[in-house]
Each structure stands twice: as C-alpha cells, then as structure tokens.
Design a protein around this ligand. Structure first.
Ligand code: PMP
Length: 361
C-alpha cells in the first residue's frame, strides 16, 4: 500500500514532502539551527515553567496568547504592541495561516526563487496557486523594477519575499520591499526568519510597517533564539491582519507548554542572542576561507553560506558526510549550503572540505 493508492486530493499528487535529511552524525550543519544548546540555568528555568504550566494542563491555554504576544512586541520594539503580534507553532504555521486566510482556491501566491521551498509547498497544500519568478542567477539579488513587473503581470493575492533569503543569504533592500508593497494588489509577506543575523547596516522590514496594513513580517525563535525544538514562530503586522488570522487558526493552537517555554526564552533574550555574534563570526569566517579556496561564495546576511561551484556537488556532500559533517545539498544548482556552527564545528567542516577537495582533484 502506498499513499498514491489512497484517494488524496488530485492537486497533492505531484508533490514531495519537505525532507531535509535528519541523520545521526557528529556535526550537523544542514538545517540552519543555532549550534548552542540552552545553558543549564535556562534549562532549569524552562523546566520550572513547564512544571508550572503542567499544573494547569486540565484547562485549555490562552487562545490568543496575549502575554506572549506582548513579550514578543517588547522584544521587537519599533513601537509595536501585543495587538500587532501573532504567534504559532513555528513560522511555518504562521505562513500556513496567512495562506489559509489570504490565499486558497482560485487565488495565487508569488515567490522569487530560489527561495525557501515551504512557501511553495504550503501554498499548494492550502490550494493556493503558485507562481515563481527567478532571482538573478549569479547574484541572487532581485531588481525592484523586475519584481514590480512580475507583480503587475501576475496580480498575486500574496507575495513572498525572504530576507535574508534562504538558501542564498541575500537580504532585500528597503527600496525593494517598498516597491513590492506599493505594486502588490494583495498581502506581502517578508520572511525574516534569519533577521538577527543581518550584517551591520542591513535594515529590517519592521521599519516599514507603519501605514502599510498589507505588509506582514514573519520571524521565528528557531534560529537566533536557539529554540528550534520548541516550535515558536511569529508575525508582526497591522492589528487588522491578526484579527483576520483568527478566522483560520485552530482554537488553542499554541499549547500551555509552548507559551510557557516561549515566554521563558524571551525572558533570557540577552543570553540567547549572546550567541548571535559568535555565529556571525563563523559565518564570516566560512565566507572568507571558502573564497580563499577559490570557491564561489554567495555573500550572506544569515547564519548559513551557499558555495560552489561543483561539477558533482553530491560527491562533495557525501565526502563531508563520510567525515562526520552533514551539510545541505540540492537547493541550488552546483552549490552546497552550510550552516555556521561553533568554532570547532566550523573548523571540522572547513578541514573536511579541504580534504575532500584535495582528494577530488
Ligand atoms: N522561513 C525560512 C526562510 C526558513 O528557512 C525556515 C526554516 N528553515 C522557516 C521559515 C521555518 O522555521 P520555523 O517553522 O522553525 O519557524
């Protein structure tokens, strides 16, 4: 029996599930996680918060996660209030709710590829048509005039722009975001999952929120906050957007445990974000050392770097895996993507890569 034999929706038949490999190897640099686990003190605080939440687990959680949303607003600043924030189980669920609300049957979403593959997959899973325009094949940047022309051509209900973009690391300048919002007939989602890793001077789309009720900025605690396992994503937008999302969210979607963990992590923001500079330093080290090896490297505002160009990227990926280092393949032609790890993990990656390349040549 295969799933293909089941009477699933016809429009799901051609799809492939999201599937970054989860392999048991010593050095995991493949899914853009933060390499630093929570400190013993934070683990103790998280356990206490979970214990406290467990004592009331016979009751449903706060459906609207009001206190968490206030904490998130305070973290983001920019004059945002709890009413501007929404939270869910990872930013993937936020994206799903956005598409359930503003996409759906007979509607389309536009993305600029290569980009985060879940935008397309969630669009299709919610019955939303997907149209893709290509980024510059060399720099992976997006020219505002081209983006506006694409929007005028397709008139999409939802536009996705990832900044920094995954898998390239490319940030979107504010002029581009402004042009896209001005041209778009519908909602514009700026996916800022990696915003805390911006290089100095790269601005966030949060600065553009005032007066733009169709602009949505999504964030996550999975990356800089080192809480990928806790599944917490969020959105900043006009309060009317959040009111609209209430129509599609499942009641009590965010468990008492998730809300307690998220608030505890936010109370430790300084400690958790204290790892960001170390990760950025390793990111910049990867860019410098790979460039030194004569590889082509995409400049990155995120916690990962895409590099190449390889005639056989799979052989390089496999060679690294055999040396205990898991990175990501298959996202960009002839390229591989590596997440910045701790200094030791990054050293293991760089040493492993030099070794693989020496054996190949
Ligand atoms: N957006 C982008 C651009 C991502 O790379 C990811 C994770 N890979 C996500 C959203 C989803 O992250 P999460 O659901 O863990 O918040």
């Amino acid at each position: 029996m295969s799933w293909r034999d089941l009477p699933i929706r016809d429009d799901l038949r051609g799809l492939t599930p999201y599937g970054a490999p989860q392999l048991d190897v010593p050095i995991l640099l493949n899914t853009n996680e933060n390499p630093y686990p929570p400190s013993a003190a934070l683990v103790a605080d998280l356990a206490e918060a979970v214990t406290h939440a467990a004592a009331g687990a016979n009751r449903y959680p706060d459906r609207d996660a009001d206190e968490l949303r206030k904490d998130l607003a305070q973290y983001l600043g920019h004059g945002l209030l709890g009413a501007n924030l929404w939270a869910a189980n990872g930013s993937n669920e936020i994206i799903q709710q956005i598409l359930q609300c503003f996409g759906g049957a007979g509607r389309t979403a536009l993305g600029f590829e290569p980009s985060y593959s879940m935008h397309r997959l969630i669009a299709l899973a919610t019955g939303t048509g997907w149209v893709a325009e290509q980024r510059d094949p060399e720099t992976f940047e997006l020219d505002p005039a081209r983006a506006v022309a694409a929007i005028e051509r397709h008139r999409p209900d939802v536009v996705f722009l990832t900044s920094p973009n995954n898998p390239t690391g490319t940030a979107a300048p504010l002029e581009l975001i402004e042009a896209v919002v001005d041209a778009a007939p519908g909602m514009v989602v700026i996916d800022e999952a990696y915003a805390e890793f911006f290089r100095p001077g790269t601005p966030s789309a949060l600065t553009l929120l005032p007066g733009r009720p169709r602009l949505l900025v999504t964030r996550t605690m999975s990356k800089a906050f080192a809480m990928a396992g806790a599944r917490i994503g969020y959105l900043a937008a006009d309060p009317a957007v959040i009111d609209a999302l209430l129509l599609v969210r499942l009641p009590y979607h965010l468990s008492v445990f998730t809300q307690a963990v998220a608030r505890t992590a936010l109370a430790h923001t300084a400690e958790l974000l204290g790892t960001v500079d170390a990760v950025k330093a390793q990111r910049d080290r990867i860019v410098a050392e790979l460039t030194g090896l004569g590889l082509s490297v995409v400049p990155s505002d995120a916690n990962f770097v895409s590099f190449g160009d390889f005639a056989d990227p799979h052989a390089v990926w496999q060679g690294l895996l055999e040396r205990g280092v898991l990175i990501r393949e298959g996202l960009l032609p002839h390229k591989l993507r590596v997440t910045a790890g701790t200094e030791d993990e990054t050293t293991a990656f760089l040493d492993g890569l030099r070794d693989v390349l020496a054996k190949e040549s």
